[in-house]
Design a protein. Structure first.
Lengths: 615, 345
């Protein structure tokens, strides 16, 4: 038995797993996340994978990564710079080294550092031997070899054995960060229950990795990150896409309306369709359509027929759905369009994150075509915003666009699960009375009646041509068109009376307000916290409603001398805020396909204040 | 099959299906006939309550159709009628969903939705008003215009080959494929009834005269002097005979159809192709479809093919019921609190 090893307490750690696309890094990372959540840390994750499914092994462009930030404190981002890199091959090292903290830990699979792989990674010399890694704590582990040893006598083929090595690495990381392996053992049993030999092999590899840490002399220290003080409750780890799917399922239950999803697979939104297709026993109808246009148009048909109708997509898909969303505006039908934003323009960066579809969502249609636009700020917030988007769509008989992004869609965080009783009910009023019925009558919210096919005596026609106010017949009268244009705009604007006011975190007035929207919430929040620790006075406000804006937005902005808007685009919210409120905001725009680095926002805050510390 | 039949105390008439809107097609347009035949046949074929009927359209002259029917209606966007109809049908499978569309709408901008509706066998009824011209944009060639068509956008003649709509529907395995002509009112009524009775994607191509931009496109099939020699009326179980006094017939040699003369003693009706619309294989429907492109062949009208297979929405509903049985009705609390959870005290 090796001597008892020292356990060092840390408050937070950022780990990045990196390897070939086929190395199972996403799985390794998500297993580590689940276990870490289970032991009670707060956490935040950033899967970062290439658009190619299995790029040639050993290449830099084939490297898949999974970053995980966990802490004994409340945290909001996946971490700027990893403390630890697990690199399964030279390409993974090459691609990630620059981002690892100086003095950080690097664990490499030395078996993969052969001439062929070094060449594929464009290393002329072996970086493990030429001083490249000077200043880092490097652990060279023969992960492939040790996995083979552990699986001696297995009926698996050599190729299958090689694929177990990620579990060895995971076991080693569990040992290093003092986490139990049991969660993953249970998961393996569930996942491979039809293949006992895989259960056996993967469990052995996992154990071997764990024991290797315990036995080998190389590792002298283990680390521990104690549980975070989270509010009391039942928790699960959840991604934004999963939360979005749950949110619409909940909206269906809370409204009593069957859920219809018309969708076409597109990265990074596909998972929502996948999750919802599991919920058939809730009566959920998922329709995998022939294209993006069919996805949204089938949903419009389903809305006409009385379902809670939604469509999921990402940027290029939203562009294709544009004309149909205009039809839903004109016919005033409830529809929710979910856009999981990714890097653009065109096909852009399909697996990366961005916030550059804001203007597309708010104004990107022909004609005066107002829709409500909401934006979720964290993975778990997707759940609540999905319910809220459904509520607004139904109450106001309007399309609603819900913006999330690749980062919060794929990223995970612990979620205190709400009881169903605590969720809001969604009122639905189908029109059934014949007396006084007209298709474009308006209620107090300016919403028209929802009279669905199958309702006796309310037969009527709707469509994309301009309609006479109240009567709903085709109408080309100039004054009627003017009236309808204004009514549709007013209806959307009125939603401001029915949504929460914009809250300011920190001083309610002063020198600097940092204003953000959507998925940048965590990075801005952490930067603001760090700034305050450094003695800087700065406040934060974050928009989850971008059309209409919360009613008090203009008034909030005027309480600060400076307003800084960090966005992962070239200033789309800044444009809207300037034109709406005539406030000369300061922009901060970095569009790298990745979430903001906290340090970058912090630096911008400092720069904006010009050494005045906001006082 | 679910039983949607409700006994109506008042028998509906054609008038019950006419809305209060003035019909705004050009005087003399073939669309008037189609509307009249639909309204005449509907009281007979609609075996669901009137409020369960929905008419859906895209863009074009034909797509104004829903405004003139006193049923639920949705005038959609260009090319999207079949998929809009699909959404309506899936949301509420008991509805009787009809699509009115044109050659540009269905076969040009909407081609993808058309073939996928056929492939999925969604129970929607598609009436294609084929006038071989763009009418609402005032006279440009369409995807069914004959090659060499001189129009405003093809002053030297179009260079593209036309689509063959029944061939396309057949190749997409539509379970019902038929053709009729606006001026053959009795035949058209018969075909609309057949469409109404079919369960699954039903496709009816209707040759429709645009008297403004493509007048006379089908006159050889409608004028007294020429129609007998140029129209082949398909009848179930009957030999394919056409021509004045039934003097010609179609013989099938393997996969090759031939027009034969029945008056010179060489062939009799016993040698002819016997039409079987219920044949599982779509090969013969394709051969029939090819007639319009083959010189010397008559244009078939009638039911090319009708086969029955479970519809998409039946499959969808059955799957939902099946999963409910296996898993029990959905419990949101269970889903939210499922997976890997942990307690914080």
């Amino acid at each position: 038995m090796a001597k008892e090893k020292e356990v060092q307490q840390l408050s937070e750690v950022t780990v990045r797993f990196a390897g070939d696309s086929g190395d199972g890094m996403q799985l390794t990372g998500s297993q580590f996340s689940d276990t870490t959540a289970f032991v009670g840390n707060d956490l935040n994750t950033l899967p970062d994978y290439p658009a190619e499914i299995r790029a040639p092994a050993g290449t830099i462009y084939g490297v898949s990564g999974f970053q995980l930030h966990f802490s004994s404190e409340d945290i909001h981002t996946p971490g700027d710079q990893p403390d630890v890199l697990v690199a399964m091959n030279p390409a993974a090292l090459k691609k990630n080294l620059a981002e690892i903290k100086k003095n950080g830990i690097i664990i490499v699979n030395t078996d993969a550092f052969d001439l062929k792989n070094l060449k594929l990674a464009h290393y002329e010399k072996n970086p493990l031997e030429d001083g490249t890694l000077e200043g880092y704590t490097v652990f060279g582990v023969r992960i492939s070899h040790l996995t083979e040893n552990a699986l001696e006598g297995t009926p698996l083929s050599p190729k299958e054995v090689a694929r177990c090595k990620n579990f060895f690495a995971l076991g080693l990381m569990y040992w290093l960060y003092n986490r139990p392996i049991q969660n993953t053992v249970d998961w393996i049993q569930q996942k491979f229950k039809k293949n006992p030999e895989f259960v056996d092999a993967n469990t052995k590899a996992l154990n071997a990795g764990f024991n290797y840490g315990e036995m080998t002399e190389a590792f002298t220290t283990r680390y521990d990150v104690v549980s975070a003080r989270l509010p009391k409750g039942t928790y699960r780890n959840i991604s934004g896409n999963e939360a979005t799917a749950f949110g619409f399922l909940a909206a269906s239950v809370q409204s009593g309306l069957p859920l219809f999803l018309g969708s076409y697979p597109i990265t990074p939104a596909t998972e929502i369709l996948q999750y919802l297709s599991n919920f058939k026993n809730f009566g959920v109808k998922t329709f995998q359509a022939e294209d993006e246009i069919a996805g949204v148009t089938s949903a419009i048909g389903a809305a006409f027929a009385g379902n809670l109708a939604i469509t999921t997509t990402s940027g290029p898909g939203l562009a294709l759905k544009t004309e149909a969303i205009g039809l839903a505006v004109m016919t005033e039908l409830p529809l929710v369009v979910i856009n999981v934003q990714r890097g653009g323009p065109s096909t852009g960066l399909p697996t990366k994150t961005e916030q550059a579809d804001l203007l597309q969502a708010v104004v990107g249609r022909n004609g005066e075509s107002p829709v409500a636009v909401l934006a979720a700020k964290t993975p778990r917030d997707c759940f609540y915003m999905a319910i809220e988007a459904s509520r607004i769509a139904i109450k106001y008989m309007t399309p609603v666009i819900l913006l999330t992004d690749g980062y919060i869609a794929n990223g995970t965080e612990p979620w205190r699960i709400p009881s169903v009783d605590s969720l809001p009910k969604i009122d639905v009023k189908f029109r059934t009375e014949k007396e006084g019925f007209y298709p474009y009558l308006r209620d107090d919210n300016l919403a028209r009646p929802w009279a669905v096919p199958g309702t006796p005596d309310l037969e009527h026609r709707i469509g994309g041509l301009e309609k006479a106010n109240i009567y709903g017949t085709v109408n080309y009268d100039p004054d009627n068109h003017n009236k309808m244009i204004h009514l549709r705009a007013e209806k959307i604007k009125n939603i401001e009376n029915d949504i929460p006011e914009l809250e300011v975190d920190g001083e309610q007035q002063g020198e600097l307000l940092v204003l953000g929207w959507g998925g940048t919430y965590g990075a801005i929040k952490e930067a603001v916290i760090k700034a305050r620790v450094a003695g800087i006075k700065v406040s934060q406000a974050h928009l989850q409603y971008v059309n209409p804006f919360p009613k008090n937005t203009g008034e909030v902005l005027k309480r600060f001398n400076k307003v800084l808007i960090p966005e992962i685009n070239l200033g789309q919210l800044a444009k809207l805020i300037r034109s709406e409120y005539l406030v000369d905001v300061i922009q901060f725009n970095v569009v790298r396909g990745l979430p903001f680095r906290v340090s970058d926002i912090l630096e911008k805050i400092t720069e904006t204040l010009g050494g005045k510390n906001g006082k | 099959m679910e039983n949607n039949v409700e006994v109506k105390t008042v028998k509906l008439t054609a008038k019950d299906f006419a809305s209060d809107q003035d019909v705004r097609w050009c005087p003399g347009c073939g669309d008037y006939s189609i509307l009249a035949q639909v309204q005449r046949t509907f009281p007979e074929i609609i075996n669901v309550p009137k409020e369960d009927v929905v008419w859906i359209s895209g863009i074009g002259c034909s797509s104004r159709f829903p405004y003139y029917m006193d049923t639920y209606g949705f005038h959609g966007i260009h090319g999207r009628a079949p998929i809009l109809a699909t959404g309506v049908k899936l949301a509420n499978p008991k509805l009787s969903v009809w699509v009115a569309t044109g050659d540009g709408d269905l076969l040009s901008i909407g081609g993808n939705h058309f073939i996928h509706a056929c492939r999925k066998n969604i129970d929607i009824k598609i009436l294609l008003f084929n006038n071989r011209i763009y009418g609402l944009t005032k006279g440009q060639y369409s995807p069914t215009s004959e090659k060499g068509k001189v129009t405003k956008t093809s002053p030297y003649g179009s260079v593209d080959y036309p689509f063959n709509p029944t061939m396309l529907a057949t190749g997409s395995e539509a379970t019902f494929v038929a053709r009729s002509i606006d001026r053959h009112t009795k035949h058209l009524q018969e075909m609309i009834k057949r469409v109404g009775a079919h369960k699954g994607t039903a496709f009816l191509e209707i040759y429709q005269n645009c008297n403004i931009f493509n007048d006379g496109a089908f006159s050889v099939l409608t004028e007294k002097e020429t129609k007998d020699d140029n129209v082949l009326i398909l009848e179930q179980g009957k030999p394919m005979v056409f021509g004045k006094d039934g003097n010609k017939g179609i013989k099938l040699d393997g996969f090759t159809p031939r027009v034969v003369d029945l008056t010179n003693g060489q062939y009799s009706v016993n040698d002819l192709w016997i039409h079987d619309e219920f044949e599982e294989s779509y090969v013969r429907s394709a051969i029939l479809s090819s007639f319009t492109e083959t010189p010397g062949f008559p244009t078939p009208i009638g039911v090319f093919r009708q086969v029955l297979k479970p519809t998409y929405e039946q499959g969808l509903v059955a799957q939902i019921e099946d999963v409910k049985k296996k898993k029990g009705a959905g419990d949101l609390e269970k889903i939210l609190f499922g997976g890997n959870t942990w307690e914080v005290n």
